[in-house]
Ligand binder design. Structure first.
Ligand SMILES: Nc1ncnc2c1ncn2[C@@H]1O[C@H](COP(=O)(O)OP(=O)(O)OP(=O)(O)O)[C@@H](O)[C@H]1O
Ligand SMILES: [Mg+2]
Length: 240
């Protein structure tokens, strides 16, 4: 099952992607994909991302010279870009060097997801802010879209627009969860239309501390309320 995390900048997409990866990884293997050209998932998961898909692209230029068909060489290198964690594998997209265009690496990402996603019970894709990957059709078989938002009216309107765009892109049949993050005792929160099931996640000082200190996200340090919210998020994603 492929879960895509979307939302505007800084709302907590990567943190949520990390918590999902760690929690789901306790029971079955997760492929965590950092599709943000400015990657942060490795750090949050406590891994060092040595190889990115973008570097695979660079490497594939000279591949094929030794008689190995190019697509096989690329597939091999892609597998080399996988970092093994506990309960998950991590794939970091990276970015093209210099003035390089994103088209190629985006297509590599798409092909890789098509190729690899069947091998994992769960695929969690952390995206850059906005809807770039979804709108370009780079996430071929998303089963659940988690839209992360802050609790401000402007933030919720943005989340609503992302949900509308997802409808226009034909993702209206895809399961949708609206995660309002970093709640600090706000009153009523009305989920924008078509944003899906509403899950509220509290502001958790421990998450802030781990981030400030450059430490990975550790589930045993988050509050009971945050853990409960994570449980509700997973239940909503799973809900048939
Ligand atoms: N529930 C929470 N409670 C407290 N802090 C949180 C919570 N969720 C996320 N944060 C903090 O919010 C900040 C932004 O989080 P994160 O990097 O996950 O956002 P993002 O949406 O991935 O950002 P970007 O758009 O830059 O990729 C981080 O400092 C993170 O620790
Ligand atoms: Mg992020």
């Amino acid at each position: 099952m492929m879960i895509a995390i979307a939302g505007k900048g800084g709302v907590g997409k990567s943190t949520v992607a990390t918590m999902l990866t760690l929690a789901l990884g306790k029971e079955s293997l997760v492929l965590a994909v950092d599709a943000d050209p400015n990657p942060t998932l490795a750090e949050k998961l406590g891994m060092d991302a040595r190889t990115t898909l973008a570097q695979v692209r660079e490497g594939s230029r000279e591949a094929g010279a030794d008689g190995v068909p190019k697509h096989e060489a690329v597939a091999l290198r892609t597998r080399m870009a996988l970092e093994e964690g506990e309960g998950f594998d991590l794939l970091t997209m990276g970015r093209p060097e210099g003035r390089g265009c994103y088209c190629y690496i985006n297509n590599v990402l798409k092909g890789t997801l098509e190729d690899m996603s069947d091998r994992y019970p769960w695929v969690v894709v952390d995206n850059e802010a906005g809807m770039e990957h979804l709108s370009r059709g780079l996430l071929p078989s998303v089963d659940a879209l988690v839209i992360v938002s802050d609790a401000t009216p402007a933030g919720l309107r943005t989340a609503g627009r992302i949900a509308e765009l997802a409808d226009e892109l034909g993702l209206d049949g895809v399961k949708r969860v609206m995660l309002v993050n970093r709640i600090r005792g706000q009153g009523e929160i009305s989920s924008p239309r078509s944003a899906g099931v509403l899950v509220l996640m509290p502001a958790d000082p421990e998450l802030e501390i781990m981030d400030m200190e450059g430490e990975p996200v550790q589930l045993d340090r988050i509050s009971t309320a945050t853990r409960a919210a994570l449980g509700r998020l997973i239940a909503s994603i799973r809900d048939p």
